[in-house]
Design a binder for this molecule. Structure first.
Ligand code: PHE
Length: 345
């Protein structure tokens, strides 16, 4: 039996030596040292030995098992380290590979145009005012000299929510609200915001779009103030060479009312496809605040006067950046919006 044990030990040691991977070595452990292995068999077989030989034999088996286990563990440690090294080698990162560029967020082109317009007027001493998009008929129409049944209400097809409430069709209700809140004090505001009209969407129309309204109220505010302000604005947005012209127009809340054109920034006035061969491009509507609007808001039209203007930042952005379809602003195709990313920090 002792010989059997020695042979077995030699075989196991040889197998341990031959194992070249953690898995192979584990197989050896299970095959020889496991519950069903030959060493366990040997221990079980000891019952057949004469009683006086059993302790000696038992001790021998235990010592052999300990030796084998120790050798196996040492070998296991080596093989494990080897496996780790191999894996590290395989997974080595090539630091010379170019990295994946991180996409950087940016302001939407429309937001940027709105901010550019705001910055100009803020630099002229205006404050930014806001109002609700779900608006009362009173502020959207009545307070702006558009009583119920007035034919000019049809100029702006509306989304009504109830008889008295609608989605605002322009940002002008903010001027009515601001004047009412100021209780006769001077006003100098711009009101940017979303507006809604029952239009069919196409390349130049959208049922939801953006407007910026401007309003100045005070003593001795004249048409020439409006003209000077808008002229500076046109130069700031479209280049210092720009001329403006005011054409008579109609808005129920201003009298007189005008539409403002700028000289074409592409051809300089000679006539091209941008200005449709006229040399002029229509930019906004404006006028002197109607006396009815002033008195409805609690001002005395014989003491104060004011001017107002309203424009569409989409139109300004489309002209400025050559965008051909207004819907690009709302679908947020990354290929479109990223064209306008600022490169500077
Ligand atoms: N609210 C007008 C519109 O939407 C624009 C405008 C504003 C005209 C202020 C004159 C003065 O058409």
């Amino acid at each position: 039996m002792e010989q059997q044990l020695n042979e077995l030990k030699e075989t196991v040691l040889l197998k341990i030596d031959e194992a070249t991977s953690v898995k192979e070595l584990n197989d050896v452990r299970i095959a020889y040292l496991g519950k069903k292995g030959p060493i366990t068999d040997l221990l079980k077989g000891m019952g057949k030995l004469p009683a006086d030989e059993r302790p000696k034999m038992g001790a021998l088996v235990n010592v052999s098992r300990e030796t084998v286990t120790e050798v196996l563990e040492r070998r296991m440690a080596i093989l494990e380290q080897q496996a780790i090294n191999e894996q590290l080698d395989k997974e080595k990162i090539d630091v010379t590979l170019p990295g994946r560029p991180a996409l950087q967020g940016n302001h939407h082109p429309l937001t940027r145009v709105v901010e550019e317009i705001e910055d100009f007027f803020i630099s002229m001493g205006y404050e930014v005012a806001e109002g609700p998009e779900v608006e009362k008929d009173y502020y959207n129409f009545e307070a702006l000299n558009l009583p119920k049944g007035h034919p000019a209400r049809d100029m702006q097809d509306s989304f009504y929510i109830s008889e008295e409430v609608l989605l605002r069709t322009h940002t002008s209700p903010v001027q009515a609200r601001t004047m009412e809140a100021k209780q006769g004090a001077p006003v100098k505001i711009i009101c940017p915001g979303k507006v809604y009209r029952r239009d069919n969407d196409d390349a130049t129309h959208s049922h939801q779009f953006t407007q910026i309204e401007g309003l100045v109220i005070g003593e001795d505010i004249r048409m020439s103030d409006l003209k000077g302000t808008l002229s500076l604005f046109a130069k700031k947005m479209f280049g210092s060479e720009r001329e403006i012209r005011l054409r008579p127009s109609f808005f129920p809340f201003t009298e007189p009312s005008v539409e403002m054109d700028i000289s074409c920034f592409k051809c300089g006035g000679d006539g091209c496809n941008v200005c449709k061969k006229t040399g002029w491009i229509e930019i906004l509507g404006a006028g002197m605040v109607h006396p009815n609007v002033l008195s409805m808001a609690g001002y005395d039209p014989s003491v104060v006067s004011g001017f107002a203007f309203g424009m569409g930042p989409e139109r300004i952005a489309m002209l400025k950046y050559g965008v051909e379809d207004i819907r690009h602003f709302y679908t947020n195709d990354i290929r479109f919006v990223s064209q306008f990313h600022r490169t500077e920090a």
